[in-house]
Design a protein around this ligand. Structure first.
Ligand code: D41
Length: 668
């Protein structure tokens, strides 16, 4: 081998190794820049010496000249189809039937794997080099999509190792990862183009491009799932080992391919994968179960084109059509009215659904949904069912528009809408029993005051019987009141009262969270506590000062400020503290540092720091760095091109510090 050829093959091997690590094993091994450098070296060598270009070079994955049309290819052996089954019972019947036919006991070995929702493909390798690739077509003949297939990095252009047969057909499924699908659709939307309907259509469309440069941009992936024809060598004698061999030859074999014994294991795999499905990076529409031993597969044979030794379990349909009987508005903790569709019961996603969310009033308008409409309901995994669209062609003449309430359906208070929000809200606040019930449920919940024993029904009873008119009333509940309620024995009443008592010792973050301030979750409650450490201080702060808290933006700052501005809320807090709620003072708020507590604003550009570096240094000295100038600001740090903030600071008489004077802070 000449030195030159050696360098070219060396570069190719190295690039192929990194591709395999990255696209098949999902374990990136070198930085992108390093990969690009190697790739460019190879590209320039190949440019100078075109005679050294080979079809399996990584440089050949970027797409070739467009085709006029696809050629037809006849598969060496037909690509079979799969029969479906739809339930645990059918799965168990399949396992039993196959075991019977083989006169085996029920501990027959199967292999189960996800059923990828993509495009079936067959790849033909001669002496380890990819010769052509074809779509499944009608199972006998498909289309030659070799140029497009070459752009898929998880498909080896030449096989690894040496134990592969000299002629080898590999079957697999080409798919588009969900993340790629979403990215492409975002791009399409930005360009005003038509989005793809789903990842399978996107994968199929991408494989059918006559210009492989387009396919190259679509970032497809392939999982290998079987060996087809082979000659001139040996392959393992069972499916599981064949998959291991495929992995060794450089193919991506899915991590959830598992060997299973008997009905029980097949069923627990079904439950496991059903649960895992929403977390996968790619769409699957079921599970393929295959008899493991090739000898047993041969014994079982086929019925027409479908093997008797394999079955596809299909997940229940996630969409179904039903009719909209009514819309009810539910009132949440913050008063938001959520429209809920009452539906003619329909079986979808494995359960019977008779309610689905419509999110908010904007959604009702967007869907243009009317009472009596046929609607498509979607339910995937454990998520709340939702109405996704109206079947417009089926709209009955009698369909009527949905009335948007102007009064709260629970308490009759005025409904208000806030301009920038999609939600409409009941203005009754805690006078509205629905809001009160939700607030109490939130207050007692595990991550808030953590009072055990307050179920939904109990809270409803307590509110309806006027034993609870605000959260503070919780601390006045006595065993004597509780035992009068339905299904409340003395023992449970005592237990509840004691749980209420012990909840009084809590922490400031929990207390802040339990107040139910709009958009203040646990994390924000913790940040508030860490920043100011004292409820008396927090409840008196200005909106601006909330902005200084980590992760608090203008909207949340406004919500918090509004909450504490209300006299009723201040009284509630006083009431709770008077009832005996206490916490240990949080670890002392950071007061060290020469700029402790100073509020600084940075504007303009600086010669010696980026804005962020400057901010970090100031924070390090204990300063608080805010985004906007107000009368609370202690210093404005002004760089070049300081604009309106500088003018405002000067107007307000705030001290302005320019870059050369910064040493004043840093040298202390
Ligand atoms: O994931 C798939 N879509 C998949 C399809 C799979 N994991 N395994 C499959 N196995 C087969 C046999 C058992 C015939 C080797 C299949 C298919 N067939 C298949 N794909 C399209 C038609 C049949």
């Amino acid at each position: 081998m000449t030195e030159l050829l050696e360098r070219v093959t060396g570069l190719r091997d190295e690039l192929n190794k990194h591709n395999h690590r990255y696209y098949v094993l999902n374990e990136p091994s070198i930085p992108d820049a390093e990969y690009d450098r190697l790739f460019q070296s190879l590209l320039s060598l190949e440019k100078k010496h075109p005679e050294l270009v080979s079809s399996d070079s990584p440089t050949q994955r970027v797409g070739a000249a467009p085709l006029e049309a696809f050629n037809q290819v006849t598969h060496k052996i037909p690509m079979l189809s799969l029969d479906n089954l739809f339930s645990a019972d059918e799965l168990s019947a399949f396992v039993t039937k196959v075991a019977d036919k083989l006169s085996e006991s029920s501990d027959l070995a199967f292999v189960a794997e996800p059923k990828f929702d993509g495009v079936a493909i067959s790849l033909f390798y001669r002496d380890g080099k990819l010769e052509y690739a074809a779509t499944r077509g009608d199972g006998e003949t498909g289309e030659d999509v070799t140029q497009n297939i070459r752009t898929i990095y998880s498909i080896p252009l030449s096989l690894s190792g040496s134990s592969y047969p000299s002629e080898l057909e590999v079957r697999g499924e080409v798919l588009m990862p969900k993340a790629v699908f979403h990215r492409l659709n975002e791009q399409a939307q930005a360009l005003g183009e038509k989005p793809f309907v789903n990842p399978r259509n996107a994968a199929s469309g991408s494989l059918r491009q006559l210009d492989s440069k387009t396919t190259a941009n679509r970032r497809l992936h392939m999982f290998a799932y079987a060996i087809g024809y082979y000659d001139g060598g040996r392959v393992p004698d069972n499916h599981y080992d064949a998959m291991v061999a495929l992995r060794g030859w450089g193919f991506a074999v899915n991590e959830h391919v598992e060997k299973l014994i008997g009905t029980a294991e097949c069923e627990s795999y079904r439950l496991m994968l059903t649960k895992l499905r929403p977390d996968l990076d790619y769409d699957i529409d079921g599970i393929v179960y295959k008899v493991n031993s090739f000898a047993q597969q041969d014994k079982l044979g086929f019925v027409s084109r479908a093997p008797r030794w394999a079955m596809a379990y299909k997940f229940p349909a996630e969409e179904a059509v039903t009719s909209l009987l009514g819309v009810e508005f539910q009132v949440g903790r913050t008063g938001a009215l959520t429209p809920v569709a009452r539906l003619e019961p329909v079986f979808v996603g494995g359960v019977t659904v008779s309610n689905a969310t419509l999110h908010n009033v904007d959604e009702i308008n967007r869907l243009d949904i009317r009472l009596g409409d046929s609607v498509v309901v979607h339910r995937a995994g454990d998520v709340i069912p939702k109405v996704v669209r109206v079947v417009a062609e089926r709209r009955p003449k009698t369909a009527t528009t949905i009335a948007i309430p102007t009064k709260c359906p629970i308490c009759g208070s005025e409904v208000v809408s806030v301009d920038e929000e999609a939600a409409i809200r009941c203005s009754g606040a805690l006078l509205c029993p629905a809001q009160l019930k939700e607030s109490i449920k939130h207050f007692v919940s595990r991550k808030a005051m953590d009072i055990d024993g307050f179920g939904e029904k109990l809270v409803a009873q307590l509110v309806d019987k006027k034993l609870l008119n605000c959260v503070t009333d919780i601390y006045d509940l006595r065993v004597a009141d509780l035992v009068l309620l339905d299904r409340m024995a003395e023992k449970s009443a005592e237990k509840l009262v004691s749980a209420i008592e012990s909840s009084k010792k809590t922490t400031l973050p929990r207390f802040l969270f339990s107040l139910g301030i709009r958009e203040v979750g646990e994390a924000t409650a913790r940040s508030l506590s860490a920043a100011y450490g004292d409820i008396a201080v927090i409840s008196q702060l200005d909106e601006e000062e909330f902005l200084l808290v980590e992760d608090v933006g203008p909207i949340v700052a406004k919500n918090i400020h509004q909450f504490f501005s209300s006299t009723k809320n201040q009284e509630m807090i006083e009431g709770l503290l008077a009832a005996g709620i206490v916490w240990d003072k949080p670890a002392a708020v950071e007061t060290a540092g020469t700029l402790a507590g100073r509020i600084m604003v940075i504007t303009g550009t600086f010669g010696s720091y980026t804005r962020d570096e400057l901010k970090q240094r100031l924070l390090g000295l204990g300063a608080k760095v805010s985004g906007s100038v107000s009368k609370k600001t202690d210093y404005l740090i002004a760089g070049d091109k300081a604009g309106s903030k500088l003018t405002k600071a000067q107007d307000l008489g705030i001290r302005v510090v320019f870059e050369p004077e910064l040493d004043r802070f840093f040298d202390q």
